[in-house]
Structures are given as structure tokens and as C-alpha cells.
Design a protein around this ligand. Sequence first.
Ligand SMILES: *[C@@H]1O[C@H](CO)[C@@H](O)[C@H](O)[C@H]1NC(C)=O
Ligand SMILES: *[C@@H]1O[C@H](CO)[C@@H](O)[C@H](O)[C@H]1NC(C)=O
Ligand SMILES: *[C@@H]1O[C@H](CO)[C@@H](O)[C@H](O)[C@H]1NC(C)=O
Ligand SMILES: [Zn+2]
Length: 589
Amino acid sequence: MKDSVNVHNKDYELGGQINERSASKFTFRTRGFLALILTCSLLSFFTFRRPTLEALNVSPTDGLKDACPQAAPISPSFHKDLHGDLEEEYATDEFRLKAYESLGGAVRIPTEAYDDLKPPGQDPRWKIFDKFHAYLEETFPLVHTTLRKTTVNSYALVYHWQGTDPSLKPILLTAHQDVVPVDPHTLDQWLQPPYSGFYDGKWIWGRGSCDDKPGLIGSITAVESLIAKGFKPKRSVVLAYGIDEERGGISGGPAIRDHLLSTYGAYAFSILIDEGGDLDVRDDVVIASPAVAEKGHFDLRLVVSTLGGHSSVPPVHTSIGILAGLIVQLEDNPHTPHLNRNDTYYTNLQCQAAFDPDLSDELRTAIQWSLTSDWALKDLESQLFESDPRLRAIGSTTQAVDLISGGVKVNALPEEATAVVNHRVAGWSSVSALKTRIVEVLLPTVKKYNLSLDAFGEEIGDDFLTAAGQLTLSDAFGTALEPAPITATSHNAAYEFLSGTIIAVEKSSAKGSRADVPVVVAPGILIGNTDTRYYWNVTENIFRYGHVDRYAKYNGAHTVNEALLAEAFIELIRFFTVVILNADETNLL
Ligand SMILES: *[C@@H]1O[C@H](CO)[C@@H](O)[C@H](O)[C@H]1NC(C)=O
Ligand SMILES: *[C@@H]1O[C@H](CO)[C@@H](O)[C@H](O)[C@H]1NC(C)=O
Ligand SMILES: *[C@@H]1O[C@H](CO)[C@@H](O)[C@H](O)[C@H]1NC(C)=O
Ligand SMILES: [Zn+2]
């Protein structure tokens, strides 16, 4: 997944789990004296005489479970015997070692996606994907003789497995072939060489072992195994594997989308499952977080242009000084987080409050009260977002000044200074609202420096000839992305289908005695993006979810020592198998 970093650093955001630190610190803090005087009496009541749960005489989860309804487990029934056979096979050492080697072999082919890759056919660095395709053909012979393979934009792969009943909408399983390049400077930090694909008896090592070769090899292994057992689907199954997700998917995503739309039509798929959320497995609860939302993305370029000249007769502010003033103005005005009841994150909070035993009673009560009280909602909002920058990043648009350049020579005035600010757009906001706000925030500074302003193609303010300089604002790379449409979770049969499948697969897992541990599904939101950014009108039911324990990732993705717990890979294959079998007999899709 792009922008998902080290899980242990918690940059990888799914459900927005409230960590213990912020949960235990969570209190209705005493307000400043002035604020107390100014605020209504309800606040002081709430602050100082907050009743206990017992006094309220409510169950800690009253109302909450309704806000986070759970599906019943769904296991293959018509395909029960076939499923049983496969479960037995997946438990054998023979199958396991072969599966580990399939993933290891895929990791050994370094399909690195560089930011500056030219389109396929115009850049020799794509050649490695030929080797990867040959590997897939050799490793999954039944898939290649049974499914119809289409190669789009040279290297993206779409496999079609025809079902016998064309009236059933096909399912779509997606993943990406590419990996983040390994930084040569980090080689000495890897415990195993980054492209070893080495299985050490517990872990499978190497770049791509978590992101996203398990998604690809796991789904194709499930199909290969089903074919080997003679399974013929009623409902068509489509696999689609992108080629450059890690640099924004620009070569693979649109090509796959166009192929899917022209072959199947708009909204022709019943469900799409891509990488994304995961399983938080704890002693007392398992929380699966399929992401149903993704934040938007906007890279703002600011260019300050001024007259050049010799630096012996400088103006008070050079373009670099002015740019610095604009950046300070932006950073002095951070975006405000919001919590709305219709946010995905709010639903996730209800689920945590209803089912996570580790949550403090205080926080649970606050979440519960917020269901009906607007005041409690506001208080919850400020407490959550003030306590944890990670949560704040979910609740707001974020800005980060990431690039800066200007000036070429120490005795020449810089004619141009440039900065690029990366934004992740909150689910409740939009790119256009963000642009409007940027102009509003910068306008006083623009006036202060007597600049003319070209804001996204629109001239605002003074004429350039009389102004001290010009500020030009633009979409830096033309990659603006609105927040993704949210996949419905309430009254959505596809969500019920996925939830029921996740619960059944996890409940029947051999990885430990899970029979008594509740398995809960809570919708999540991604703060980064996946290839699904291109697939919005392929289906209304987009889920970003890999059935992998969060702690089965040795060191997360995109960093050194990427490694996957081998057994977790088997769980993923079990999951894809049940998705396909359940989809074949369900009436929920
Ligand atoms: C699909 O969505 C894209 C934008 O993401 C849009 O340009 C295109 O017209 C849509 N196509 C259909 C068939 O809805
Ligand atoms: C979500 O709730 C907010 C606040 O009540 C409201 O402004 C917004 O329009 C709602 N969005 C949707 C999509 O219903
Ligand atoms: C902006 O222009 C005004 C009027 O021409 C002038 O007084 C002021 O000094 C200028 N400010 C800057 C920062 O150039
Ligand atoms: Zn990925």
C-alpha cells in the first residue's frame, strides 16, 4: 500500500485504534478558569460530577452495539465438502512449504516501482516484470490454462475465470505486483538480504513479503487450489494485479480500470477486495478493519516570482524570504479536525466502544453519550484529537511542507522560489474546499508582500506589473484526488458478506484457540491511497482489506526487514478461498 509505513510506528492507519496511551490519558480535563466561567453549567457538571456507569444504570454498550452491527459468520454450505478438503490440504506441511516457497519466489523477483519510471515500453526497468509473469505462469499452471489472461499496458494483469451463471455479478480481487525500491544505504540493516525470499522456519523475508505480494500470491494460490479440486465457479471471478501502486498506480490503475469498464461495464462487479486494513488480534478480542474510505490527496505548489538582479542592491524580501513568509502563514493555520456522526471513523469508534474491552470506561461513556448529545460529540472530538496526532490526522485535512527550492547563485537574486505542500484531504472535505481555504489563509500574506496572485488559474488581486512579485498556486503534479466514495456499511449486503466471511475464517483458524474470543468487524479509513483510487466506478462495494494479523508483520512495509509470519500467509489463502466459495453460493452479492 502506498504511504503505509512501519506498523510499529503506527503510521499505517486503518481503523484509527485508540492506543492505550491516549485512552488512559483520556479525561474530561479541567478547563481554564476563563473558559469555565464562559461555558454553560452543563460543562461544569460534566467536568466535575461525571456520573459513573453504575450511577447511569446503563450497560456500557447500550446503543453502541446497534451503532456497530455485526454479521453472523458465513461459511461455505453448498461447497462445504470442497471447503473441508481444502482446509485439510492447507494444514499439511507439504502445502504450507510449497505456499511459502511460492511467496518467497515472488519476493526474489525485485519488481521495484520507481517514481520516475517512464511508461511501459519506454523504460528498460520494466523488464523485470516479464520475469515475474514467467514466474507466475510456471508456479500457477492451472490458473494459466483455465483463466483468460489479459495483459494491459504491457504489464498489468487481469485474469478472468468464467462462471456458469452470467447473471451473477463477478467478484474482483486486486493486488499489486510492484514493490517499493530498497534504499541501497539500508542494506546493512537487513537481517536477511532484501530480495532473499528466505523462509527461516517462522518468517518469510524480503521486500514485498508484506506489501503486497501476499495479496497477489495468496489470491492466485486460492484459485489454483480450487481448480485442482475441480471447482467450477457459477459466479465469475476476476483477478487484477497493478504494476506501480507504490508510485501512485499511474501506469497500472487507469489501464486496468479502462479494461474492466470496457469489458464488463460500469458497476458490473459485486465486490472488490484490495489491500488495506488488517486484523488486530488480541487476547480478548479480534478486530478486523476493512477500510471503506480513503482520504483524498492534494499536492500544492507555491511559486514566488520576483525580479532578479545583483544581490548587492537587494529588496527587503527576496522570493525566498516571501516564500518563507507564506509557509509560516500556512503552518500557523493548521486544519481543524472534525468528528461527524456520519464519518467512517465515528462508526469505527462505536465499534471500539462496543467491543474493545481495553477501552477505558470513561472513553466508552463519552463515545456512548456522543451518539445523542451534540455537546458530548464536540467534547469527544476535542479530547480525541488533542490527545493523539495520529487520530488528528484521521479527523482533519493534513498539510506537510515537503519540498523547497530556489536560488542558483549566491550573488544573484532568486527570480523564483518554489515549495510543494502535501495534503491528505479529510473524508468530510473536498479538494475544492481545500483550495478555497488555502487562498483565504494566504491572502493576508499575499497583500502584505504586495504580490499578485494566480490561484489555480484564476487571477486574484493586484496587477503583476505594479506588484512586488507574483505568487502562483497550482496542483503540483496534476494528481489531485477527492476523498473516495464511502462504501456503505449499514444495510449493505456486500459488507455483511465480507464481515461474515472474515468472522467465519478467523473463528475457524487453527492459529490458536479462538473459539471464545469475539471477532468483530469495524470499518476503517485509510490515510494513504491504494490502486482502488482508479476503481470507483467498477463497483460500489470497494473494501481494502488483507486478512493478516497486524503482528504478523515483522517490521511493517516500506522499510528495512519487511517479513511476514509464514503461518499468516496460510490464513490469507484460507480467506481468499472462502471469499470465492461463499461468493459462489451467497445471495448477498
Ligand atoms: C468513471 O470514473 C471516472 C473518474 O474516476 C470518470 O472519468 C468516468 O467517466 C467514469 N466512468 C463511468 C462509466 O462511470
Ligand atoms: C455529515 O454530517 C455533517 C455534520 O452533521 C454534515 O455537514 C454533512 O453534510 C454530512 N455528510 C453527509 C455525506 O451526509
Ligand atoms: C507594498 O506597497 C505599498 C504601497 O505601494 C508600500 O507602501 C509598501 O511598502 C509595500 N510593501 C512591501 C512589503 O513591499
Ligand atoms: Zn501496497
